[in-house]
Design a binder for this molecule. Structure first.
Ligand SMILES: [Zn+2]
Length: 322
């Protein structure tokens, strides 16, 4: 079972606003049924008969909100554009359980913390295990992501600050343009870790993208890249059009500040933003992510949507093509 996602302008959409009350009710019941039984937006024929009169079905098909399939069942148009598929829900459940399993495995956690000296293996900063939300909070990262078959054992897990973890996302370090630092406990710097030298030295490993002065100002995951490193495709004059944010795009500190200001979960929204396929091609990822964060804030207070499944609209009228 999952929640359903509705755009704030859903009821005013031209295809919806003209529906009779009965058809509208049937449409909502259909969506709830799909979410409850995780059917990827397909309403079984037997259910259609229970929730919609033949007149309502005709109305919904006429409005192109429902489509009858060859097998007789009805598909709710664009359901998967706004809601997770069964596969995604199952995967999210599995990830959650595995993450929980890691955190409950005291022996494993102790070994990881000891091996990595409580330091992020990507930026070298000492993580704060008590910080459950902030960028310096401690997390465990699967070097090889779960989605690529990464295991939950010591060789594949590293201590990681939340900032690096959210920047890396569901990618390998090389895909994310990040460097996995050596184990501090096995290097000479491990003995000096308390001094902060480890962080300072290893921040330099990441190609000058980071610097430190008491605390990290920028990290490998949110660098303001050297223009020479900036992919030409993202240059202002030759911006390419995309539906899914380019792999080489990185959020900026301004995005983090905006998320903090709006009180939205940066890591979760970034993950969703990367996974989202936009219907209309975009060119400016920075602007798109700013809009995304604002939408996340806007929808956060909407009772219909919950943080776990919220998928902020890519525009004010997300249903325009529905
Ligand atoms: Zn880090």
């Amino acid at each position: 079972m999952s929640d359903i996602t509705l755009e704030p302008n859903f009821t005013d959409h031209p295809k919806v606003i003209g529906l009779s009350d009965a058809a509208f009710r049937s449409h909502i019941r259909g969506m709830c049924w799909c979410a409850k039984y995780e059917t990827d937006g397909v309403v079984a024929l037997g259910m259609v008969k229970r929730i919609a009169s033949p007149e309502s079905v005709s109305e919904l098909v006429g409005a192109a909100l429902w489509i009858q399939r060859e097998d007789g069942q009805f598909e709710i148009k664009d359901y998967l554009h706004y809601n997770p598929s069964r596969e995604e829900i199952e995967r999210a459940k599995e990830f959650k359980q595995r993450r929980k399993g890691i955190n409950l495995n005291a022996t494993l956690c102790a070994a990881l913390k000891k091996r990595d000296c409580d330091r992020c293996r990507y930026c070298g900063v000492e993580v704060d295990w008590k910080d459950r939300r902030g960028p310096a909070g401690g997390t465990y990262d699967h070097v090889r992501p779960i989605s690529r078959g990464g295991s939950d054992d010591e060789p594949n897990l590293v201590v990681c600050c939340r900032r690096c973890n959210s920047g890396k996302g569901d990618r390998t370090p090389s895909e994310a343009g990040m460097v996995l630092l050596p184990e501090p406990s096995r290097t000479a710097v491990g003995t000096r870790q308390k001094t902060g030298e480890y962080a300072a030295e290893n921040l330099q490993v990441n190609a000058g993208r980071t610097n430190i002065s008491g605390q990290i100002q920028t990290s490998v995951t949110d660098q303001s890249p050297d223009p020479a490193e900036q992919p030409a495709s993202l240059g202002s004059g030759r911006a390419r059009r995309w539906r899914r944010v380019p792999e080489d795009w990185r959020p900026t500190d301004a995005h983090r500040e905006l998320a903090a200001k709006l009180v939205v979960d940066f890591a979760i929204e970034l993950e969703k933003f990367r996974d989202h396929e936009f219907r209309d091609p975009k060119t400016d990822a920075d602007a798109a992510f700013r809009t995304w964060l604002r939408n996340a804030k806007r929808f956060a207070g909407n009772g219909v949507r919950k943080t776990g499944v919220v998928q902020p609209s890519h525009g004010a009228t997300g249903f325009e093509d529905m």
